[in-house]
Design a protein. Sequence first.
Length: 69
Amino acid sequence: MPDRKQGTEPDPESGGAAPEPETDAERRRRRALFLRELTEARELRARVQPRRARAARMRQQMRMRTFRW
C-alpha cells in the first residue's frame, strides 16, 4: 500500500477521526513544493531529451505568437 501523507484523509485504522482543516500557510507551502518539483522535472526532461524539449519550446512559442489578447 502506498504511503499516505499525514492529515490528507481519515485513516480507518486509527479510529476514523476527521482531519483538521488545512491552513492557508500549509496549502501555500505544499503548492510551492509541488511547483519546485514540477520545474525540476521539466528541467531534467529538457536535459535528457533535448530534441523533444526544443520541439516543445517551439510549439509553445508558436502558441503564444498566435494567441489573441
